[in-house]
Design a protein around this ligand. Structure first.
Ligand SMILES: C[S@@+](CC[C@H](N)C(=O)[O-])C[C@H]1O[C@@H](n2cnc3c(N)ncnc32)[C@H](O)[C@@H]1O
Length: 212
């Protein structure tokens, strides 16, 4: 049974131990005047809660180096840093998301290092600095299926041990699933998953366990 958090502030939420802002929060409204994310990073997407729930069952280790792809406001990054003691970098192609990421990290008393880059910018050498890669709702265009598959291939070569991707089940994500299963049948797993905080959400998880 999760503890009931009662807020004076009706535009905040609590899920998996972290505080989140809704789009109507006064601070979000103020930030929108100076930073307007334009590649869908304008709110918290629910797939992030699937990653949080999954990591409660299969946690990171203390100090594990995590890279979140397409972090947006960074709810999953903040969870990994504040609840699981990971060293987290949040990557996004849209630098307008970083003020929101900073606000989320400060509110939850943790640090997430911002990295302004796109998926296809990341070289094998850079990827070798991470143990685990996560991503929530980042495979929504056909071109992203290919970009992410190639990134995963470089990540495997770089020695990344685990990749966890959450998605509501878009066709572009399913195309990525098929390519990953074919390329790495031993490392591949695919789960239907649900999260119960801040409310019930169902989706899917792709996990590549290269360390197994
Ligand atoms: C649907 S939002 C999800 C944000 C966040 N993961 C969440 O769950 O709240 C997708 C994010 O991916 C980022 N993105 C899209 N294409 C990208 C690319 N090629 N490289 C890096 N980030 C990208 C967008 O800027 C956006 O912040």
């Amino acid at each position: 049974m999760p503890r009931l958090e009662v807020f004076a502030d009706e535009h905040m939420q609590h899920a998996y131990g972290i505080f989140l802002f809704t789009s109507k929060h006064p601070l979000v409204r103020k930030l929108k005047r100076i930073a307007q994310p334009s590649v869908h990073g304008h709110k918290t997407w629910s797939s992030s809660f699937l990653i949080m729930d999954y990591l409660q069952h299969f946690p990171l280790s203390e100090g594990e180096r995590v890279l979140e792809l397409g972090c947006g406001w960074g709810p999953a990054s903040v969870f990994c840093a504040s609840q699981q003691g990971a060293k987290v970098t949040g990557l996004d192609v849209d630098d307008s998301v970083f003020p929101y990421l900073d606000m989320m990290a400060a509110t939850n008393d943790c640090r997430v290092k911002p990295l302004h880059a796109s998926f296809d910018d990341l070289k094998t050498e850079q990827l070798s600095r991470y143990d685990c890669i996560i991503g929530a709702d980042i495979c929504f265009w056909e071109s992203l299926t290919d970009d992410l598959f190639k990134l995963f291939r470089r990540a495997k070569k770089a020695g990344v041990k685990r990749i966890i991707l959450a998605d509501p089940g878009r066709s572009t994500y399913e195309a990525l699933l098929q390519r990953c299963e074919k390329a790495w049948p031993q490392a591949f797993s695919h789960e239907h998953w649900y999260a119960l905080e801040p409310k019930r959400f169902e989706g899917q998880l792709l996990v590549l366990n290269f360390a197994a």
